[in-house]
Design a protein around this ligand. Structure first.
Ligand code: TYM
Length: 340
């Protein structure tokens, strides 16, 4: 049984992509793994944050974890900046990772945009901190959405280079766990863009704080195409959407994937259920399912955020537990490096 680690940034607007691509899987993994889930506030400040809003967002992510079903008695839930091993190990890894590796990171290029000279150095070394997050716990499995794949490959490279440089077998080579039918949930306004916290249009995403009315409005307005829903010929031999439909009908594919992830039904079942039906019919069903799934989470989040002391207690306990795992690992890493 391996150890699971993952993190979510407290940058506001937690959405369906975060839930289906990550948090839902965090919940299912806790049944047969030791799991550590982190609110990565140090990652959040790689771009400008308002301190008061950041504080609230940190609690909001913790509330989303618990409201989604992460059991604080089973899994560790904590805030990254409260465990200093992350920053310390990240420094060591900054000296292991190569500039060439970081230069290849596509997310930095996207986030820094045209004004790269003005991006923070933290945004550039962000994936090194991610490697430290994971390896400070010797985690072997990391559940994430598809957008984190490249960062996890870097974490593997860093672990391997550290082991090689110091001739040790110290850090494990971690496995990404990218599971389910919603590893890349796309925008409701444009099926070619990822659903994202930072999209200007709130209609592009279902937020975990949305009311049932918000959800209905957003699904009703979600972009579609003029054709009825596809029949089974849109699937390949392995019952996955074929290239043709992914390219030509990205919105239909996205909404069907969302339905499939929410209902825990496989793609084939969902496609045959709605084969050649009109979008208006499908959207009603999708709306009902989305409200049924998300509303209890939203309600529970509100309740938790009304009584912050309960969440704070969870985070304090989580911090102590996380520290007790990471401290000895960091200590040994420092000895390997030759620190006195
Ligand atoms: P973040 O905060 O952007 O997103 C949290 C998780 O949600 C997933 N995700 C999605 N999945 C499917 N469809 C989408 N549209 C979508 N958008 C986001 C992300 O893949 C992620 O799993 N760098 C990470 C946080 C992090 C981390 C770590 C993760 C920091 N340290 C160590 C794993 C291990 C991030 O920015 O996630």
């Amino acid at each position: 049984m391996g150890r699971v680690f993952s993190g979510v940034q407290p940058t506001g607007n937690l959405h369906l992509g975060n839930y289906l691509g990550a948090i839902k899987n965090f919940v299912s993994l806790q049944n047969d793994h030791e799991c550590i889930y982190c609110v990565v506030d140090m990652h959040a400040i790689t771009v400008k944050q308002d301190p008061k809003i950041l504080k609230n967002n940190i609690l909001e992510v913790a509330a989303a974890f618990v409201a989604s079903g992460i059991n604080p008695d089973k899994s560790v839930i904590f805030v990254q900046s409260q465990v200093s091993a992350h920053a310390e190990l990240a420094w060591i890894f900054n000296c292991v990772a190569r500039l060439g590796w970081l230069n290849r990171m596509t997310q930095f290029k996207e986030k820094a945009g045209k004004n790269r000279e003005n991006a923070s150095a933290g945004l550039y070394t962000y994936p090194v901190l991610m490697a430290a997050d994971i390896l400070a716990y010797h985690a072997t499995h990391v559940p994430v959405g598809d957008d984190q794949r490249q960062h996890l490959e870097l974490a593997r490279d860093i672990a391997q280079k550290f082991n090689n440089d110091f001739q040790v077998e110290y850090f494990p080579v971690t496995e990404p766990v990218i599971m389910g039918n919603a590893t890349r949930v796309m925008s409701l306004r444009d099926g070619k863009n990822k659903m994202s916290k930072s999209d200007m249009s709130d209609y592009s995403r279902l937020n975990l704080t949305d009311s049932a009315d918000d959800i209905s409005n957003k699904i009703r307005k979600a972009k579609t195409d003029p054709l009825p829903l596809p029949d089974l010929s849109c699937l390949d031999n392995e019952d996955r959407f074929n290239e043709d439909i992914i390219i030509n009908r990205p919105e239909a594919v996205n909404l069907l994937n969302i339905y499939s992830a929410l209902s825990n039904e496989n793609t084939k079942t969902v496609v045959s259920k709605f084969s050649e039906k009109q979008f208006s019919f499908f959207k009603n069903e999708l709306n009902q399912l989305s409200v049924e799934t998300l509303s209890p989470i939203t309600r529970e989040m509100r309740k938790l955020l009304d009584d912050r002391s309960f969440l704070e207690e969870i985070l304090n306990k989580g911090r102590d537990k996380a520290n007790s795992i990471a401290e000895p690992i960091l200590k040994e890493a420092k000895e390997i490096v030759g620190f006195y």
